[in-house]
Ligand binder design. Structure first.
Ligand code: ADP
Ligand code: MG
Length: 688
């Protein structure tokens, strides 16, 4: 018997070359792939609802007789038809209609309609229902709930339904192979779960299906999470198959460096430093994630790791997601390492021509021990002499594959460098179990002593002038402040415009203050000059876009105003707020929001006021906005599951790990088909 996994979709009725190509674009090539194209939600067309029983907001099927149909001229011209059954009447309303349509809805016509009921000006109404004239001896309504599929690439609902219904026929003849070892059953094996989810019976618990908690969904979510976990572990294996330089800890050098600092590391920093030191000493690539709250001192931990590598005559690359953050690292590391005689090199997209050639030469010759930069480090012509350690800051903005590209820049035969990844803000534990399963995790769960929590106030924008006065008062007392302009648009140009307008307005309102402006469209030298002036206290107020979100460190700044904070995610707000509260002064943050706030917005800003714990805030962010937003990967489509959902399915994670381990130990041959099934043929193997 041919397995369902090897039957091409071409064999289905209605699939010609054009449709076949469109399906392939969605990763659907075999009949089995269709079965894993799962509905997003369902409609209930299994029964006819008496008109009197239909409630506002319900999606229902009704049947009845047209009593009257008229074109009415209200604010918009519309066709209204009164339909009546034994229980009551309802108005069908069409804003777009043809003369033929109007004529077909004459009094006495019997219709079956499907649509959403809403309370309108003429009682219960249905706008643009799907409808059909009822014939004598009409078939009964649908026998199963009607699936609504995710549609892309110009394949409509009806087409998906037709294709999936055909795939279900195959499912009964040759069920797909069950690839999971025996587990908690949820009372569903793979085939029955698929059958159920494509065609749920009329009495299926709709609320559970909506929430993703139905056992059939759990069975599939479990499998999908296992597949995802295995693909990351596979990626880890691939990297660890190659040797890495063993970089022994040089205690004397490390101690001399720590002694040169104006502070001593926290216990948490020490613990994480020791974890990293032990990894680096092994001849196998370290794959480690360091998480810590904003201001917990991740940079120092990175510096100690870099020092260990450099002391072993290896090169180190530090990569940051923005130019500004890379510059911050440059100035930190320069301050720490210059006296130690460590040679450093800078590489960003703006370094071109001769300067770039010189930089590349110093990197490939090994003359530069420490290279700091942005994405520019990924570029093809960048090569290292003996790269021992790659440090990626704020990793969630980079894809796994970008990180990998950087670890492949060593001269041949020198193995793979160790990798240290640092996240900007904590990632909820469950999410890091899923998204970073390829990395070991270290947590800096302590802030340096003496930090005062930032008190946060919510102020509605009608009180903007009070806030401006508050800024003036703080600055007159010698404090410094940030005024952060936010825009949803990712466009640098629009953000810069908004910040310029705000700066102009504030300069007018506060002529006594020295006000600076920083945004992503400025030249690096200009940005550096502004930051320098602010750091030196020459500017009292810094108007900024979210470019200052990461890394900026000015201890005397103790007030931050964030405009339109409701537009940002919690992690980003927390990161921004982390720019204050770094000095001895008590610090304040004002969230200047626009009314009206959505319920979700209110809850998010409330969480900011309530807590300054990044781990707590991360959990809230996950619950309120979902994993794609928390990881910053929504735009790139990474971490998009077909059925698994976080945090809804987080209770499955312990079992996911057990199953993945069992498969690796006892059923290695099942791993690849499992990954193929869930990550689809068009996705890159091992992608997060
Ligand atoms: P983050 O974890 O957010 O990247 P940073 O590494 O930028 O934090 O550190 C924030 C500030 O705290 C920096 O000014 C850094 O020099 C300082 N710092 C780091 N470790 C300590 C410590 N153990 N004691 C006091 N200050 C510290
Ligand atoms: Mg940092």
């Amino acid at each position: 018997m041919t397995g369902i996994a090897s039957i091409p979709v071409r064999q289905l009725r209605g699939v010609g070359p054009r449709l076949e190509e469109k399906l392939a674009d969605c990763g659907v090539r075999q009949v089995e792939d269709l079965l894993f194209h799962l509905p997003l939600r369902y409609q209930d067309r299994t029964r006819v609802t008496p008109i009197a029983a239909a409630r506002d907001g319900d999606d229902v099927v009704i049947e009845g007789e047209i009593r009257a149909a008229d074109v009415v001229f209200g604010r918009r011209r519309s066709l209204m038809a009164r339909i009546q059954d034994g229980s009551g009447t309802l108005t069908l309303r069409f804003f777009h209609f043809s003369a033929a349509q109007k004529n077909a809805l004459g009094p006495g016509t019997r219709l079956r309609c499907f649509g959403q009921v809403r309370r309108g000006s003429s009682g219960m109404e249905m706008y643009h229902p799907e409808y059909r004239q009822l014939q004598e001896g009409e078939r009964p309504v649908e026998e199963t709930l009607t699936p609504i599929y995710p549609t892309t690439a110009g394949i409509g609902q009806a087409q998906w339904r037709n294709l999936c219904a055909q795939a279900l026929n195959y499912l009964q003849r040759s069920p797909p192979r069950d690839l999971l070892p025996p587990q908690r059953t949820f009372d569903f094996d793979l085939a029955t779960a698929l059958q159920y989810l494509h065609a749920p019976p009329p009495d299926a618990p709709q609320a559970a299906l909506r929430e993703g908690t139905h056992p059939a969904q759990l069975r599939l979510a479990l499998e999908e999470l296992v597949a995802h976990n295995l693909s990351l572990l596979h990626l880890r294996d691939q990297q660890q198959r190659e040797p890495a330089p063993a970089l022994a800890l040089r205690e004397r050098e490390q101690q001399a460096f720590l002694d040169s600092l104006p502070f001593t590391p926290t216990d948490a920093q020490r613990r994480v430093m020791a974890e990293i030191a032990a990894d680096l000493a092994k001849p196998c690539p370290m794959l480690r994630l360091v998480q810590g709250d904003v201001g917990s001192g991740k940079t120092l931990v990175a510096a100690v790791a870099a020092l260990q590598a450099i002391a072993n005559d290896s090169q180190v690359a530090i990569m940051a997601p923005t130019e500004l953050l890379a510059e911050q690292h440059w100035s930190n590391f320069n301050g720490w390492f210059q006296s130690l005689g460590i040679t450093m090199e800078w590489l960003s997209g703006r370094i071109r021509g001769r300067k770039r050639e010189t930089a590349l030469a110093r990197i490939v010759s090994g003359e530069a021990a420490l290279v700091i930069g942005t994405h520019a480090l990924f570029q093809q012509d960048v090569a290292f002499a003996r790269l021992g350690l790659v440090i990626v800051d704020e990793q969630h903005r980079f894809g796994v594959h970008q990180r990998l590209a950087l670890t492949e820049k060593n001269a041949p035969g020198l193995g793979r460098p160790h990798q240290l990844v640092m996240t900007a803000t904590p990632i909820p534990r469950t999410l890091s179990m899923v998204a970073y399963a390829d990395l070991d995790c270290s947590i800096i769960d302590e802030l340096p002593p003496g930090r005062k929590p930032v008190s946060t106030a919510l102020v509605d924008s009608s009180r903007r002038s009070e806030v401006v006065e508050r800024v003036a008062a703080a600055c007159e007392q010698g404090r410094q402040a940030y005024w952060v302009c936010t825009l949803i648009e990712e466009s640098d140009a629009l953000q810069a415009q908004a910040a310029e307008a705000t700066a102009a307005e504030l300069r007018l309102a506060l002529p006594q203050l020295d006000i600076g402006l920083i945004h992503g469209r400025q030249k690096p030298a200009e940005k550096a000059a502004v930051m320098h002036a602010f750091k030196a206290g020459e500017l009292a107020l810094l108007v900024a876009t979210t470019v200052i979100e990461v890394g900026v460190d000015v201890p005397n700044a103790s007030l931050m105003i964030i405009e339109n904070p409701e537009r940002l995610g919690l992690a980003q707000l927390h990161q921004l707020r982390g720019r204050v509260g770094r000095g001895a002064e008590a610090s304040h943050c004002v969230l200047l929001y626009q009314t009206p706030l959505s319920a979700n917005g209110r809850e998010r800003l409330g969480a900011m006021r309530e807590s300054s714990d990044g781990f707590y805030i991360a959990e809230k962010d996950l619950a309120l906005r979902g994993p794609g937003e928390v990881l910053g990967t929504r735009q790139t489509g990474l971490m998009e599951f077909r059925i698994a959902e976080l945090p809804a399915h987080q209770h499955l994670l312990p079992e996911v790990q057990t199953l993945a381990a069992t498969l690796r130990r006892h059923h290695p041959a099942l791993i690849e088909p499992l990954i193929q099934r869930w990550t689809g043929a068009n996705r890159q193997f091992g992608q997060v």
